[in-house]
Design a protein around this ligand. Structure first.
Ligand SMILES: NC(=O)c1ccc[n+]([C@@H]2O[C@H](COP(=O)([O-])OP(=O)(O)OC[C@H]3O[C@@H](n4cnc5c(N)ncnc54)[C@H](O)[C@@H]3O)[C@@H](O)[C@H]2O)c1
Length: 416
């Protein structure tokens, strides 16, 4: 396997990928982060890598590829700049945080000779790979309806969580609309079926944090319930990033002859059911089982969990870069999901009104959005974006919440 050089930008999520990077033909030769603690950890684990705090300097370090794990809403501008330099880009989600960024990203990826891939890992969870395998086998017939739920509550009274994940007042997690973190619920359904959303509408679940919570959360929603009408006539219902009680991800794909879903609270097990009159030979009407992957060494599976999501992301990225293989989540796939995320939020703010999802392969659709820079993320500490991140535009954290948040993160981070 030919070794390729990769740089990593953003060393919280970025360092999670080290094993997957190193097992899949890449050598980390440069890293970048402004956070001294994260840099110190990187230096320990990667003593030979060049270390940067300034991404402008990092951009000029010679490399074959870059992994963008910087702030959620700042991937696209860096992806464009790396693509312009001919560097292969693997980007964390979301691919873009504004519609205009999505247009620029698609144009840059088309112009560049380099590969662009979204680092979406949930479609590679064991049960999601099984959902795709069964669907492609054809026994279920055509997809009609599917559900995707990414449910990730966290203990807001846990001070370490607050300090690490919501580091300072203008940090993206404090301004994240519930629809924006959509890839983990939507991508597995698109990947399994090949369907692309063409229309979206959404409703919020408004349930703000308790008054004594130590938070600076500008979004009082706990979930968004998003529906998409798709290119194949099917309908998806997905949550974006939800925070219902009890963590978990669940997916359900309903087709003409039957359906497959992973079972909530039962690990990687799936349930596959058929109409009584359309049961394929060798199967029962109702089948419960733990999928056994034949595409992965069990030791690797054990190491990565969830069916090896991060491992597969890096494996496919390497194969695309080194051997020209097609990527599972190209720039059109990635930006389609970002469009759903952004337009679902607009739908919420418009009382559930449906919005067409542009096809960014088409110049006419690009032209419609190329100047649409609307964002719910603040440009700096005292900026209040024109687009509210919450379904209730008047919502803001209470004075009591802010005082407690200040006590945890400290004065400097509170004012950042
Ligand atoms: N797929 C998954 O399972 C998964 C899991 C976690 C995070 N993520 C994604 O990974 C990305 C990063 O998430 P995170 O939790 O690590 O975010 P984070 O905000 O905690 O960390 C981002 C890091 O990037 C650094 N950074 C950003 N901009 C910089 C700049 N201009 N100069 C120097 N350093 C800069 C920050 O200092 C910080 O250490 C997000 O897009 C998130 O959605 C994905």
């Amino acid at each position: 396997m030919k070794k390729l050089r990769i740089g990593i930008f953003g060393l919280r999520r970025g360092l999670d990928y080290l094993d997957a990077v190193q097992m899949n033909g890449f050598e980390v030769t440069s890293v970048c982060d402004a956070d001294e603690t994260r840099l110190a950890e990187a230096k320990k684990r990667l003593p030979d890598a060049a270390v940067y705090t300034d991404p402008e300097a990092f951009l000029n370090h010679p490399t074959d590829a870059v992994f963008l794990a910087n702030f959620f809403h700042e991937h696209a501008p860096w992806a464009v700049r790396f693509l312009e330099k001919g560097v292969h880009v693997l980007s964390e989600c979301a691919s873009n945080a504004t519609m205009a960024q999505g247009v620029r990203l698609v144009r840059a990826a088309e112009k560049s000779g380099a590969v662009y891939m979204l680092a979406e890992n949930y479609p590679f969870m064991l049960f999601n790979r099984e959902m795709k395998r069964v669907y492609e086998g054809g026994t279920l017939g055509k997809a009609l309806y599917a559900e995707g739920e990414y449910n990730h509550p966290f203990d807001i009274y846990n001070e370490d969580n607050v300090r690490v994940l919501r580091t300072y007042t203008s940090h993206w997690r404090n301004w994240l609309p519930r629809t924006y973190y959509i890839t983990h619920s939507l991508a597995p359904l698109m990947y399994a079926t090949g369907a692309f959303p063409v229309r979206v509408s959404a409703l919020p679940v408004f349930a703000p944090d308790p008054a004594d919570a130590p938070v600076s959360n500008r979004c009082g929603d706990k979930a968004a319930v998003i529906t998409t009408l798709n290119s194949d006539g099917s309908v998806f219902k997905v949550t974006g990033c939800a925070a219902f009680g009890a963590h978990g991800n669940s997916y359900r794909l309903c087709c003409e002859k039957g359906q497959i879903e992973n079972l909530r609270g039962m690990g990687d097990k799936v349930m596959l059911r058929y109409n009584g009159w359309q049961v394929p030979a060798g199967l029962e009407e109702t089948n419960f089982y733990l999928p056994s992957p034949d595409d992965m060494d069990p030791a690797v599976l054990e190491k990565f969990g969830h069916g090896g999501g991060d491992y597969f992301v890096m494996k496919y990225f390497y194969e695309a870069v080194a051997n020209g293989a097609p990527v599972p989540f190209n720039v059109y796939f990635a930006t389609a999901m970002a469009s759903v995320a952004i337009l679902a939020h607009r739908s919420i703010l418009a009382g559930g009104q449906p919005f067409p999802v542009p096809d960014l392969r088409l110049e006419a659709d690009r032209a419609r959005y190329e100047n649409d820079e609307l964002t719910p993320f603040p440009a700096g500490p005292h900026d209040i974006p024109a687009v509210p991140c919450c379904s209730d535009p008047s919502y803001a954290p209470s004075a009591q919440q802010l005082e407690k948040y200040r006590g945890i993160v400290g004065e400097e981070m509170f004012n950042k």
